[in-house]
Design a protein around this ligand. Structure first.
Ligand code: F6R
Length: 241
C-alpha cells in the first residue's frame, strides 16, 4: 500500500483531482469508479474547476458508482444518483450514456446486480477506483461481517452506517435499510485504487486498514491484497498510523 499523508482536506482533494486529471490525459476513455458521501466532494469541486479552465475533457470518460440506496429512485434528493448529477456530472461534459449507477428501484435485484457486473466487464474493467471509508471500515456498502459477498449485491446496512448516514436525511427513520453495492471482488478487480480519508473519526478504521490483519470485519483491510492501492489521508485520519 502506498500511503500519502497530507496536511488537510483541501490538499487531499487537490491530490485526488490531480490523479484523475493525469489518468484522463493518459487515457481519454478512462473507466472511473466513484464514491459518494462527504469525502469526495472537494475532489469533485476541484475537477469541475479544472474542467471549466479547459484542463480536463470528460467526453469519453465512463463512470461506475460504487453503490445506491435500495428503494430510492434517481429523482430522490437523497439517492446517490441525484447526488452524482447535482454535485458533479451536471457540471462537466460527461455523456449521460457513459454514467452507470446501480438502479435502486429495480424490480429484479439479482438481474440488476448481474447486469452491473457484466457492464463493468464490457467497458473493459475499472481503470481507477476511488473509495471513501466508513467509520466502521466499510468500503462501498460492504459492511463488517464474518463473510462478504464478492460481487455486486443487495446488502443490509449496519446500524452504525444508518446512524452515520442519517446526517444526510431529515430523520433517521428515512435512511434506507438496504443498498445495492459493488462487492469487494468487484472493487479489487480495478486496476488502480485510491482510498480517501479525512478527519479524526476515520483514524481507527484507517489504522486497521493499513496495519491490521486482513479480515472481513474490516472490509477495507482486504485492500492490503491489491497490487496498486494508494491511501490519501489527512493528518487527522492518519493519527493512529
Ligand atoms: C459511498 C460509499 C461509502 C462512503 C463512506 C464514507 O458511495 O461508498 O463507503 O465512502 O461511508 O462516507 P463519508 O465520505 O461521507 O464519510
Amino acid at each position: 500500500m502506498n500511503i500519502i499523508k497530507v496536511k488537510n482536506y483541501k490538499e487531499l482533494s487537490m491530490q485526488a483531482a490531480g490523479i484523475v486529471a493525469a489518468q484522463i490525459s493518459r487515457k481519454k476513455n478512462t473507466v472511473l469508479g466513484l464514491p459518494t458521501g462527504q469525502t469526495p466532494l472537494g475532489m469533485y469541486q476541484e475537477l469541475i474547476k479544472r474542467f471549466r479552465k479547459g484542463e480536463i475533457d470528460f467526453s469519453q470518460v465512463i463512470t461506475f458508482n460504487l453503490d445506491e440506496y435500495y428503494g430510492l429512485s434517481p429523482e430522490h434528493p437523497q439517492s446517490y444518483n441525484y447526488y452524482m448529477w447535482q454535485t458533479f456530472f451536471n457540471n462537466i461534459n460527461i455523456k449521460k450514456e457513459n454514467v452507470f449507477i446501480p438502479d435502486g428501484v429495480t424490480k429484479d435485484v439479482q438481474k440488476e446486480c448481474r447486469y452491473y457486473e457484466s457492464l463493468i466487464e464490457k467497458k473493459g474493467g475499472i481503470d481507477l477506483q476511488f473509495l471513501g471509508i466508513g467509520d466502521n471500515g466499510h468500503i462501498g456498502f460492504n459492511e463488517p461481517a464474518i463473510a462478504l459477498n464478492s460481487k455486486t449485491h443487495l446488502v443490509n446496512l449496519s446500524q452504525a452506517t444508518i446512524e452515520a448516514n442519517s446526517r444526510f436525511f431529515n430523520d433517521i427513520e428515512d435512511v434506507p435499510r438496504k443498498a445495492l453495492t459493488m462487492g469487494m471482488g468487484t472493487i479489487m478487480k480495478a486496476k488502480q485504487i485510491i482510498l480517501l480519508a479525512s478527519g479524526m473519526k476515520k483514524a481507527p478504521a484507517i489504522a486497521k486498514t493499513i496495519n491490521g490483519k486482513v479480515n472481513t470485519e474490516v472490509p477495507a483491510s482486504l485492500l492490503q491484497l491489491h497490487r496498486d492501492v494508494t491511501i490519501i489521508v489527512d493528518k487527522d485520519a492518519a493519527r493512529d498510523v
